[in-house]
Design a protein around this ligand. Structure first.
Ligand SMILES: *Cc1c(COP(=O)(O)O)cnc(C)c1O
Length: 381
């Protein structure tokens, strides 16, 4: 598919991100249709990709926004998301960020600690406002994903532990400026074993039951995001299995009458439609390893260096017989390696390669380490 656009690419300085907007639209439409079957509400997790043309497509489908910083709340507002469609999570919200979100009248703070609740109460009281909050509970559910992107285990920093709830619940009576409207969970990312979500549902049901025994019934349940994508064979599965994902929650989650179920999806919505295109600078042939040295590095796509993430790499311009390479970037770090022992058609200086499935947690993590130029983005419409 990308090869059809080589003409466009040849005029573009490398490296650059290229976003396939038709695939993005198709993905968003599928997600929307599958969620609509059960009246589920989707918030898009801006941290996956906050580029304006992408946010515009998300907004057009009526999704809300899931933010994890004050600046993400600001970006969501600038993009046109209504304040009452914005949720704000994050384990370390600063006072300035909380104040900004209060001033913006966002829908809900997903609160991650008891002390944070105290601070939101204090700041909301100072403004004479009421803040809607959901408790982000650490459900101690294994996401069966890479340990660096698991968030729902007790050893992870996220959320309020279940054993803290007993003491926490009565304190809400002393917090007149907080309105507890729901429970929030997010167990991790790139989850491909859907049993993790089944386990989450069981845990949410237990917790919901526990709160009800204390007289608390919530209008909102937010089960987070985390649905994974196919990094290995993106052409076979360009769109994540939203049907199976939402069906699990519909089947297992014990929804109360009138309760709204919220999801926060990032990766599954945007990862497949983004690719990082890079030019081959040099070949280096060793006794053990042949290196392909690209003009893109960990500064443009950090996932492989950060959590050993796999991205499929294609040579867009060579049709020669395959050889085995380590594909690396130009940055002065040994972890600046995209892929080891990888087969590519025999590769030459000047070839263009595409690093696939880079639409999520790619461009948003760009760094200027080594004083790198800011990577550009283009959009296939
Ligand atoms: C990152 C994040 C998400 C989105 O996760 P994906 O794996 O990209 O779907 C959702 N909710 C919260 C609180 C997050 O931090």
């Amino acid at each position: 598919m990308l090869k059809e656009h080589l003409h466009t690419f040849s005029q573009q300085p490398t490296p650059f991100y290229v976003y396939d907007l038709p695939l993005l639209r198709q993905t968003l439409d599928v997600a929307k249709a599958e969620a609509a079957k059960y009246d589920f509400h989707i918030h898009y997790a801006l941290k996956a990709n906050a580029n304006a043309p992408i946010l515009a497509e998300v907004l057009e489908r009526g999704f809300g926004a899931d933010c994890v910083s004050g600046n993400e709340v600001r970006r969501a507002l600038e993009a046109g998301f209504a304040p009452d469609q914005i949720v704000f999570a994050g384990v370390g919200k600063s006072d300035a960020e909380i104040n900004f979100a209060l001033d913006s009248n966002i829908f809900c703070f997903n609160s991650e600690s008891v002390q944070e609740l105290e601070v939101i109460q204090e700041l909301a009281a100072a403004k004479g406002k009421t803040a809607q909050v959901a408790l982000r509970i650490n459900p101690n559910v294994d996401a069966y994903t890479h340990k660096h992107i698991t968030t729902g285990l007790e050893e992870n920093k996220f959320g309020i532990n279940v054993w803290e709830l007993e003491e926490l619940v009565p304190r809400f009576s002393q917090w007149p400026n907080l309105k507890l409207i729901g429970l929030h969970f997010h167990i991790g990312s790139q989850i491909t074993d859907l049993r993790a979500f089944e386990n989450l549902c069981v845990r949410v049901n237990e917790l919901q039951q526990w709160f009800e025994e204390k007289g608390l019934v919530f209008p909102h349940l937010n089960v987070g995001g985390g649905l994974g994508v196919d990094y290995r064979t993106p052409e076979e599965n360009p769109i994540a299995d939203f049907a199976a994902y939402f069906a699990i929650f519909n089947k297992l989650l014990e929804k109360r009458p009138g309760q709204v179920i919220h999801f926060e999806l990032g990766r599954a919505l945007v990862a497949p439609s983004g690719n990082l295109v890079s030019k081959v600078l040099y070949l280096k042939h060793g006794q053990k390893t042949n290196f392909v040295i690209l003009d893109a590095g960990m500064t443009e796509l950090m996932r492989p260096a950060l959590y050993q993430a796999y991205h499929k790499i294609e040579n867009l311009t060579s049709e020669l017989p395959p050889m085995t390479y380590d594909i690396v970037g130009p940055i002065c770090e040994s972890t600046d390696c995209f892929s080891k022992a990888t087969e590519l058609p025999e590769t030459k200086r000047g070839d263009l390669v595409a690093i696939r499935t880079a639409g999520a947690y790619g461009e948003v993590m760009v760094s200027e380490y080594n004083l790198r130029d800011r990577v550009q983005a283009i959009y296939l419409t």
